[in-house]
Each structure stands twice: as structure tokens, then as C-alpha cells.
Design a protein around this ligand. Structure first.
Ligand code: FES
Length: 147
């Protein structure tokens, strides 16, 4: 699957204009350094062009995306550790989906909707609980913490 959800309005996205570096810390704690080249965006058919999901998919880094990257689930939930200021603001639709995400933090984003503009380095963590938890029930054990 892939593409866009016709029921949501696109937020303001500023695509990158210059190359920039992104570090992805995967579910097992391994770090992947990627140079994002605006001329090569999109890297895949998943998520918004230039999104974290698009970049991960293009680099062969597994990031769950049960809805195909159209802002209709929360399985692509990531934590933006550094460089969050260079990303587009979350839309209302993204905020709504994030409320379903486990371990919501102040730096939580949906990987399919978060598009860095390339003005600075960025560092992302894919939480380890993302693996095989596509639709884990959320309830009393859902926690919100600050990082
Ligand atoms: S993949 Fe479903 S919201 Fe991002």
C-alpha cells in the first residue's frame, strides 16, 4: 500500500532543499547514518515524500507501517531525539493517531507524516516495542513520559 489518505488535509510541509544527515536508531539500538539527498526524494512509495518512513524504507530500515503510510494508524510512531525543529508541524490528523500510540512522549511523531526540511541534522529512534505490536491494545498500561 502507500500513497495519500484522501480524508486528511495535508499540513504544511517544507521539503529539504539541501543534503542533510539523519541518524536512525533502530529497534535493536543499532545506529544508521543516512545522507538524505533532496534530488532522490521520494525514496519509496511509503508515507509523505521525504518523511522518516520514506527515508527508512528507502534505506532498508524496518519501520512498521500497517496503514501503508497514510496517517491511519500509529504503528510508525518514532521519537525525534534531535532536530525536531526542522520537521513540519504535526497535523490534527497526526495528533489524533498519535493519541493511540504506546509510550507517547513530547517528541513523538508518526514516521509517515514527519518530514525534516534538511536545515539541521536529525536523530530518530524507532522504539523497540514497535516490533510485532501492530495493534496492541492500549489501555491502563499506556504511559506518557517525558524524555
Ligand atoms: S503508517 Fe499508519 S500512520 Fe504512519
Amino acid at each position: 500500500m502507500g500513497g495519500r489518505n484522501p480524508y486528511i488535509t495535508d499540513g504544511e510541509v517544507e521539503p529539504p532543499k539541501q543534503k542533510y544527515n539523519i541518524t536512525i536508531v533502530d529497534e535493536e539500538g543499532n545506529e544508521h547514518q543516512i545522507e538524505v539527498d533532496p534530488d532522490k526524494v521520494p525514496y519509496s512509495d511509503e508515507g509523505l515524500p521525504g518523511s522518516i518512513l520514506d527515508i527508512c524504507t528507502g534505506a532498508g530500515i524496518e519501520l512498521d507501517h500497517a496503514c501503508g503510510g497514510v496517517c491511519a494508524c500509529s504503528t510508525c510512531h518514532v521519537h525525534v531525539l534531535d532536530g525536531g525543529e526542522s520537521c513540519n508541524e504535526a497535523s490534527e490528523e497526526e495528533e489524533d493517531q498519535l493519541e493511540e500510540a504506546y509510550d507517547l512522549k513530547h517528541n513523538s511523531r508518526l514516521g509517515c507524516q514527519c518530514v525534516p526540511n534538511g536545515s539541521q541534522k536529525i536523530r530518530i529512534r524507532i522504539p523497540s516495542w514497535n516490533r510485532n505490536l501492530a495493534r496492541e491494545p492500549h489501555g491502563a498500561d499506556t504511559m506518557t513520559s517525558k524524555e
